[in-house]
Design a protein around this ligand. Structure first.
Ligand code: NDP
Ligand code: 8X3
Length: 255
């Protein structure tokens, strides 16, 4: 039987690219996000292109009730979950702490930290019962380093880094692998969301250097979940050549 992967935040960017690449490699999919039209469009596109099953679950990872109900629906179908990609996340705002908008902070903490916890809380028992599973947490270079104006976003991704390590220690005895991918700048809708919909400012983030693209990260996630069963990739940091560290981008050098 083929494997099933649940990917959160599959309506855009890294999650969408991962869904497409996994389908190409014969994974059945459970794709999630808040934008139902995009979920449905992606499900139809993938099902018409690849001979895999796709189930869409539309919910907000910040709402524990909604997460619970969605995963309960999978449990009632005895749906195995071989891979969970905890990808849904965002940055909101780029202000210094003293100027920060608490709504931005709440969004980031509730999505990146609590959303990942809620999903993991619901899916891990399924994996424990199966006796196997693989969780891939999408962290960030912002979870390894910090940069000015990154404050709360960096804090949430440091928490993802800590949770990734905790989960690995707790779940190994249940035969569950836990891995993280920590990207630098990837051109997706990330900057548009971070800059509250300002398209000009969002485009400028990627000016003058070759940023990563969503496929680069999807490719790494696929690599991680297709290693032999006895091999686990604990942690990957993937950066553009022109971004040697968080918050540092070398521009206008042709790479
Ligand atoms: P996008 O904005 O393109 O995609 C984000 C995805 O997360 C969307 O599918 C969105 O779906 C989903 N999402 C956001 N909030 C929620 C929510 N409350 N409930 C459910 N789904 C939600 O950004 P990326 O693809 O770049 O981001 C994916 C992950 O990668 C994030 O965790 C981000 O922090 C991380 N990352 C991104 C980097 C980058 O430079 N782009 C670098 C390092 C890490 P919807 O809006 O439909 O709910
Ligand atoms: C986002 C990547 O480089 O903007 O997680 O911090 S970066």
């Amino acid at each position: 039987m083929g494997k099933t992967a649940l990917i959160t935040g599959a309506t855009s960017g890294i999650g969408k690219a991962t869904a497409r690449l996994f389908a190409e490699h014969k994974f059945d999919l459970i794709i999630t996000g808040r934008r139902e039209d995009r979920l449905n469009a992606l499900a139809s596109e993938i099902e018409s292109q690849y001979a895999v099953k796709v189930q869409s679950l539309c919910f907000d990872v910040r709402e524990y009730e909604a997460v619970t109900q969605s995963i309960d629906a999978l449990k009632s179908q005895n749906q195995p979950i071989d891979v969970l990609v905890n990808n849904a996340g965002l940055a909101s705002g780029l202000d210094k702490l003293q100027d920060g908008d608490v709504e931005d902070w709440n969004k980031m903490i509730d999505t990146n930290v609590k959303g990942l916890l809620y999903m993991s809380r619901q899916v891990i028992p399924i994996m424990i019962e199966q006796g196997h599973g693989h969780i891939v947490n999408i962290g960030s270079i912002a979870g390894k380093e910090v940069y000015p104006n990154g404050n709360v976003y960096c804090g949430t991704k440091h928490m993802v880094d800590a949770l990734n390590k905790s989960m690995r220690r707790e779940l190994a005895e249940h035969g569950i692998k836990v891995s993280a991918v920590n990207p630098g700048a990837v051109e997706t809708e990330f900057s548009l969301v971070r800059l509250h919909g300002n398209e000009d400012k969002a485009k400028k983030v990627y000016d003058g250097f070759k940023n990563l693209v969503a496929y680069d990260i999807a490719d790494a996630v696929l690599y991680i979940v297709t290693r032999p069963e006895h091999v686990n990739i604990n942690d990957l940091i993937i950066m553009p050549k022109a971004q040697p560290a968080a918050g540092t981008i070398i521009r206008n050098k042709g790479y």
